[in-house]
Each structure stands twice: as C-alpha cells, then as structure tokens.
Write a protein that binds this ligand. Structure first.
Ligand SMILES: Nc1ncnc2c1ncn2[C@@H]1O[C@H](COP(=O)(O)OP(=O)(O)OP(=O)(O)O)[C@@H](O)[C@H]1O
Length: 710
C-alpha cells in the first residue's frame, strides 16, 4: 500500500501498518517532488581547474606561504560535490578561489565548460553562500525575498511573476509558513534555507556553500544536504566545504574532493573511496565512517600517506568514478616514495597490499587494482563544443526533491558553452537592473529596518529628548542674561559635543555590523557599491535631522536664546551640519576599522578638533604653527556658527540684573572669542565641504576594505 505522498524511500521512514496477519509495508517519502517552474532555464556548467596554486605573503618571508599546491580537479553540473579535509587543509581557500572571491596570489587555470574562466561572466552565473548566513535581522522572510527578487530579477519580469517565483521558492524550501517571521527569529536551519532561497531567486547554475552544516543538529544537517542534493539534481553545480560528515550525510554526496596539506588526496565518487584507499593498503575498518577514515588518513594518523595518495590521484588530475575501468596507475616507485610508509601502529590497516617483503612499504599494485576492478583512467579534461552537440539537451533548471537520496545517478557530460555566449551573462552589464533602481530598493530596505531598529530609532530619540530637557533645565533662561554669557557659551559648546558624539558613535556602532551582509550581497552581484553607499548615506539623514531639530528646539527655547526666526534657523542650520559631518566621521571610521578600534579611536581623534574649536583657546592665543588645525576643526565652524547666530548680526544689549555685566554687549563676547570678523556663510560652506570630503573618503575606505578582505 502506498500512502498519498509516499514512495520507496529511506528505510528509516518505513514501517508496518495494519494487523500482524495482513501486515503491509508502507514507505513514506518525507517530501514530494516539486519543481521550480518559474525560474529561467539554465544550462549546465562544469568547472575545471588545473595546477592551482595559492600563495600568501607572510611577514618578511621572501617566498610566501603556499596554501594550495598545484591542485587540479573537475566539478560537474548535476552533482553535489563535497570539498573535505582536515582543518587547515585549504578547503576554504580552494572555495574562495573557485568562487572568484580571492583572485590575488593565485596561479593556474580555471575553466568553465572548457573555456578559460571570465570572472565577470562567472560571477553572474554563480553565488557564494558564506558560513554565517549574513542576513538582515530586521526584515521578515517575505520582505528579504522581495528585496532579493526586485534586485535580481530585473524589470522585464512583472511583479506578479516575481511574487510567484518567491512563493514557489519559499514553498520548496519549507519557509512558506515562516514568511512573516523576522529573520532574527528563525532557527539556524531556517536561516540557512533562507540564505539559499535568497540566492536561488535568479537561479544561478553554480552554487558554492562554505560549511553549510556548521552549527546545525543532525536532522537539520540532513535536511540541508538533501536540499543541496535536490538543487544539484535540478542541473546545478553544487559545491560545498564540509568538515566531517556523518556516514549518512557522506553517502549523499555524488562527488568528493579531499584535500590534505593543500594537495588533493582523493577525487571521485564517495562509493569508490574505501576501495581506492584499500588498494593503497589503507583499509577502512568495518563500521567506521569512511569520511572520518579519510580525514584520519589525511591527518597522518596511519602514517605519512599523503604523498602516496597525492601521487595516486595525481593531485586531482584523476577522478575515480563508479563503473569506470581501473585507471592506469603511476609506477609503483612514484607512488611509493622511499620515505612514504604506512604505519601499522594501531593495527587498523590491512596487509593485502603490503608486498615485496617490505612490511612497512605498500605498493599500489595492478593486482590489487584488478581485484577491486572498479577504476578507470579519468583524466580531467574540459568538454568542447563538439562534445556538447553529442550530449543532447541541457538539464532543465528545476528543483526536484530526490526520491532516493543515496542513488548514485551519474550526471551526464551535457555541458555547453552556449550559456556563456548569450543574454545577460555575455552582456557587459554587471547587473540586471539600473544602479538608480538598485539605489531605490536598497534605500527603501534601509529605511524599513532602520525604523524597526530600537537602538537606532527609539533610544536615539529618547536620548535627544532627555538630554535636551536636562540641558534646558540646567541652563534655563540664561540666553538673555548679560551676567551668564560665559555659561551660555558653555551651553553652545556642549551642543556641539552632544550632537557630535551621538551621531558619530551610533554610526560607528552600526555601520561595521552591516559589512558582512554588504560583502556577501555585493559579491553575489545584488547591487553595486555605489548604489548601496548612496542609499545608506541618504537613509539616516532624515532621522538624524528630525532628532537634531527636536533637540535644538527644546534647548533653544528653554535656554531663552533670541526669539527670532532667522537666528533660530541659523542656529539650527549649524547644528544640523555638525550632526551630518559627525555622522560622516562615523562612516569613515566605521568603513576603515572594526567597532572596537572605532569606538576608541574616533573620540580620541576628535580631541584636537575640540581643543581647537575656539572655545578653550581663542584663535589669537594658538601658536602660529598649530593654527592650521583650527581650519580642519569642524567643531570650530559649528561653534562659531552658533555663536554668531546668537550674538552677531546687530543683536541688542543683553539684560543685566547685576551692578556690572562685562558681557552685556554682544560685541564684547564676539571680541573675546575673536569672532568679530567671522563670517557665518563661510562657516556653513566649510561644514558643507568637510561633509562632502568625508562622505567621499568613507566611500573610498569602504571600497578599499571590500577589496582588502579578498
Ligand atoms: N592570509 C593568510 N596568511 C597566512 N596563512 C593563511 C592565510 N589564509 C589561510 N592561511 C593558512 O592556510 C591554511 C588553509 O586555510 P583554510 O582556511 O583554507 O583551511 P580550511 O581547510 O578551510 O580549515 P578549517 O576547516 O579549519 O576552516 C591554514 O593553515 C591557514 O592558516
């Protein structure tokens, strides 16, 4: 009997139903085959790489440190490939190079369907899902998906069609019922699925995953790998790094690429791993997880076998596949280097391959190979156009939830170069939509999650109102009192200090947190850095302006500053510009360094600007050789601007309730501050120039930081 939605499946899902006599075996499939019908069809893409070397410079070492040592390999479409190896073997490095994330320090060739890789085209075909999901916390699943679809699907697709794509992906990935959930509230596995869903929107034929199962429980790991497998079955090239999968997960991979010390020690199907190792005298004990065994071998737990394995597999040039005849092996002496010996120390290794009376040395013999009779030469070669015509149709770009996850279907060599020659991939355009549209979408998204950010919005609003009231109470009604002018100058200076620190620190604290998401989205070609930067630059300005207006209005009237619209506008204008400039300083610091350094350095770097603001030392009292600093001090322009708005422009004498008020005449105050000849317009122009210079510098730093992480 078959239940609805049931088919032959994993034994773990099978059970007996009915009474004992007439018991019927029922096997239940956990998920139904589903197709993503709305995604554009993609042709399969094979990736080949040969003699790939990656070197990093380290300190003063001349030659640098070689991390990948001339590795080769081939990753096919329609297959789920695992890059495995011990910690530090070079898995992430290889993945970063294959994705195009790292380009400097690399040598060797990477081909796509037999053609030399064009990185720009390749990045339109691929996506890289990094280890730590990198999602915006303050968006719901649905909102995040809509942003991705608007950015990635282009104008040609109608809104309804985009929604259908989103709906279908969410249903397929089991996220439909969580569409209203904030991404921050999703479980680890759901976050991983959402990361995949976001990238799946434009249906890339190549998907790279760095440690997709890290931090997941065994059931989520299984679901995650099943999903990757189903993506591969839909014709995609799925490549992921994985540390040490369980035996059940291990069986699900079609293709295994194992690294040790930056070299390839195995490339081929998972089923062939154990027989291959056994022919080299490395017998995997019964009931031992083959994945653990190959890692143990790669770590040297059974002696120094790495060179022997590297030679046998020709550092990735051979690919050991199911059903292929045995490969022609390198001469035994090549495999069996004089210094390569198998340690039999813990008795875990078999002896069938130990020959020639040398109990320690093991040869990879033709006999052993014939016994196994499973290998054939499989030298990596790229598929040419002629082969392509013989291979028939492309695999349709559909997701099929696999019926039998352990079946080892062999993906056909049906790759084609046509994909690289047509449409958006071949066009010089980097993005499917204009930069202005990208800017607009990112701006709307930033405004949405800024509005939901409690710290960014409500705490900041609360701080401005509270401090405004406190300052208003402290300096209450002093603005027109000739005896309290020095206190009033203190109030003007404090305004600068408060506005500077609030707008600067909030940016330093929040902006670096955006960096990982920016790195991911920018690398996966969601938008250009320019569009993103313009959007975040503009998005916070209205909020900052509102907070500043609230604060200034409270303090200006509570402290009884001149009740004239023109003076209030000038005062407010100078305060607004100080906020925006300080925000720009925050952006520069946030773009150039991490939160810890930024939170310490930004206030420290502001000290000279505060000292040279004209409040502590008047301009004439500053030594000539230090006066240039005053020209850079934006605090000086802000302080001068608010002082001029308060005391210049022919203000009447202040009231004096004492016998003598030295600062009764506003002109005396301006003389004391060396501001008699100061020009308010120049102060405003200087602040505007500093604002633009800082914003451009922040962009340059951001660009540099993005490039330097790669
Ligand atoms: N920029 C660098 N400078 C110096 N050494 C580096 C640099 N990047 C990577 N390495 C070294 O290269 C080796 C491979 O690193 P990689 O991160 O690729 O390993 P991995 O196999 O992914 O390890 P893990 O599984 O622990 O993440 C490590 O020994 C690492 O220390």
């Amino acid at each position: 009997m078959k239940l609805e939605g049931a088919s032959v499946e994993d034994d773990s899902y099978s059970g007996l139903v009915g009474d004992r006599k007439g018991s019927v075996k029922v096997t239940i499939t956990p998920c139904q085959p589903r197709q993503l019908t709305h995604l554009p069809k993609r042709q399969p893409v094979d990736i080949g790489f040969s003699d790939l070397t990656y070197t990093v410079s380290e300190g003063r070492r001349k030659n640098g440190k070689q991390i990948l040592k001339s590795v080769s390999g081939r990753l096919r479409s329609g297959e789920l490939t695992a890059i495995m190896g011990p910690s530090g073997a070079g898995k992430s490095t290889l993945l970063n190079i294959l994705t195009g994330y790292k380009t400097s320090g690399m040598n060797g060739s990477i081909t796509i369907n037999g053609q030399e890789r064009n990185l720009s085209q390749f990045r339109k075909l691929s996506c890289y899902i990094m280890q730590d999901n990198q999602l915006h916390a303050n968006l719901t699943v649905e909102e995040a998906m809509h942003v991705a679809s608007n950015l990635k699907l282009g104008k040609d697709m109608k809104k309804d069609e985009k929604q259908e794509v989103v709906q279908e992906i969410l249903e397929t990935l089991g996220l439909q019922e969580h569409r209203k959930t904030m991404t921050s509230n999703l479980s680890g596995g759901q976050k991983k699925r959402l990361s995949i869903a976001l990238e799946l929107v434009n249906n890339p034929p190549i998907m790279f995953f760095d440690e997709p199962t890290s931090g997941l429980d065994s059931s989520s790991c299984f679901q995650c790998i099943s999903l990757l497998k189903s993506l591969a079955r839909g014709g995609r090239t799925i490549i992921c790094t994985i540390h040490q999968p369980s035996a059940r997960l291990f069986e699900m991979f079609d293709h295994l690429y194992t690294l040790a010390e930056g070299q390839c020690v195995y490339q081929g199907s998972t089923q062939q791993l154990v027989p291959f190792l056994s022919t080299l005298g490395l017998v995997c004990p019964s009931y031992h997880n083959p994945a653990s065994f190959v890692i143990e071998v790669s770590c040297g737990e059974y002696g120094d076998n790495i060179r022997k394995l590297v030679n046998a597999i020709q550092n990735g040039k051979h690919d050991i596949r199911t059903g292929k005849p045995f490969p022609e092996l390198p001469p035994a002496e090549v495999l069996n280097n004089a210094d390569v010996k198998i340690s039999n120390g813990n008795g875990a290794l078999g002896t069938n391959a130990v020959e020639n009376g040398d109990s320690d040395a093991v040869k990879y013999t033709a006999n052993a190979a014939t016994d196994v009779n499973l290998y054939q030469p499989f030298v990596t070669k790229d598929v040419t156009k002629e082969e392509q015509s013989a291979t028939g149709e492309a695999v349709p770009a559909s997701i099929v939830i696999p019926v039998d996850l352990t079946a080892s279907e062999k993906a056909p060599d049906n790759v084609t170069t046509a994909l690289l020659d047509t449409g958006f991939v071949a066009s010089p355009r980097r993005y499917p939509i204009s930069e202005f549209t990208q800017f607009w979408i990112v701006l709307k998204r930033t405004l949405l999650f800024s509005r939901r950010d409690w710290t960014l919005m409500y705490l900041r609003l609360f701080a401005h109102i509270l401090v405004g009231l406190l300052i208003g109470a402290l300096y209450y009604d002093i603005g027109n009192d000739g005896a309290k002018v020095l206190s009033n100058l203190g109030f003007l200076f404090f305004n600068m200090l408060f506005l500077m620190y609030t707008s600067m620190t909030i940016t330093i604290l929040s902006f670096p947190l955006e960096m990982p998401v920016l790195v991911k989205e920018n690398f996966n070609r969601w938008y250009s850095l320019r569009s993103y930067y313009l959007a975040i630059t503009l998005s916070d300005i209205p909020f900052q302006a509102v907070f500043c207006v609230i604060y200034v209005t409270i303090v200006y009237f509570l402290t009884a500053q001149p009740c004239e619209l023109s003076r209030f506008s000038m005062f407010l204008g100078a305060c607004l510009l100080i906020s925006f400039v300080a925000q720009s300083v925050g952006l520069v610091v946030g773009a150039a360094m991490n939160v810890q350094n930024g939170v310490f350095l930004a206030p420290v770097m502001s000290v000279p600007f505060l000292l040279f603001s004209g409040f502590f030392v008047s301009f004439d009292a500053i030594p000539v050789y230090l006066r240039w600093i005053t020209y850079l001090s934006y605090i000086r322009y802000g302080f001068e601007g608010t002082a001029l708005a308060t005391y210049a422009f022919g203000r009447e004498k202040l009231k004096c309730h004492q016998v003598y008020c030295h600062f009764k005449s506003p002109m005396t105050t301006l003389e004391e501050l060396d501001m008699v000849n100061a020009n308010f317009t120049l102060d405003i122009i200087a602040l505007v120039i500093i604002f633009f210079v800082l914003r451009v510098s922040a962009f340059v730093f951001l660009r540099w930081k993005l490039l330097s992480t790669r």
